[in-house]
Design a protein around this ligand. Sequence first.
Ligand code: DGJ
Length: 369
Amino acid sequence: MKILTAILSANLACCLFSVAAAETPIKHTSFRPGEIWTDNNGAHINAHGGGILYDKGTYYWYGEHKVEGDAGNYAQVGVHCYSSKDLYNWKDEGIALKVVEGDHSHPIAKGCILERPKVVYNKKTGKYVMWFHLELKGKGYGSAYAGVATAAKPTGPFKFLKAGRVNPGKWPLNMDKKDQTTEFTKEMPDYVRIIRRDYPGGQMSRDMTIFVDDNGKAYHIYSSEGNITLHIAELTPDYTGHTGKYVRAFINRYMEAPAICKHKGKYYLIASGCTGWAPNAARSAVAKNIAGPWMELKNPCVGPKAGITFGGQSTFILPVQGKPGKFIFMADIWRPKNAIDGRYLWLPMKWEGDQIILEWKDEWTLDDL
Ligand code: DGJ
């Protein structure tokens, strides 16, 4: 009997211990690019193509929730949100924007493509505003829409407002006046044909980011004209629409994955080339005004695998709170065959003159900034 009691209590202790162990999240104290990053439940963080909002002492990380297999490249769930005080340890806050089930015609119907969500806070309305790249269900990448949703709290729930092409009936501010007609001619250059074609319904909008300037003005920066060009478009004061003012930048440079920051009064951009899910060499650029002119710089990555952004693709540049002038470059290592296994690649940013420098690190901390 004594032996039986001893065995039972040992088993009980073992069970209690394993429950306690499962409930104690690992305390992270560094960034390890490319490895599995676990949340407070021990699950791999599921927030791809994401961006981060800092709000009242907390960072909120929003990204595409992916599922297993290549079905994970389509939105089966929505936009996942995590919160953190220190950028190393992330609490699962659940799905901030859910895709719509049971209505295939809804713009964010389950199975649509919903990528690169970015959330900003609007001081005037007190609302959290999420923008994302949207491709309607069953139409591949042909829709080229931008979608917007708002919430009263950073963790959501976000309510879908609208989606569509951008700035219908508006010409780019930096398009020659003589080209601003809807006439189709044999001689017109390709880009003029695309802009004229899309003028009535709005310009194409795919990979994107949102940038809020010091004066509170927000901008939507997105790959347009079949990814030939980036557009930089001003948002309305409530951040939920476009004012009609936009410029074309990086003409014929086929850039995707734009990320922007402001450092020492200048605007810096990191973006990728256009090779689907496969990594390519990052681009960088600087401007005194967000609307340009932009001057392209070199590939910011240096050292081994610099030619493929260390296997990643940019998604966001995070200003670190309490460390003025310090930024984190955030990128995704995509795993399109098993989308949920995509990894995060964050690296400290350095500048040499105007040139951004990104060096690979197996492990680093905020002290390395
Ligand atoms: C590259 C983009 O940056 C991603 O967001 C995604 O749209 C893939 N292309 C799809 O191939």
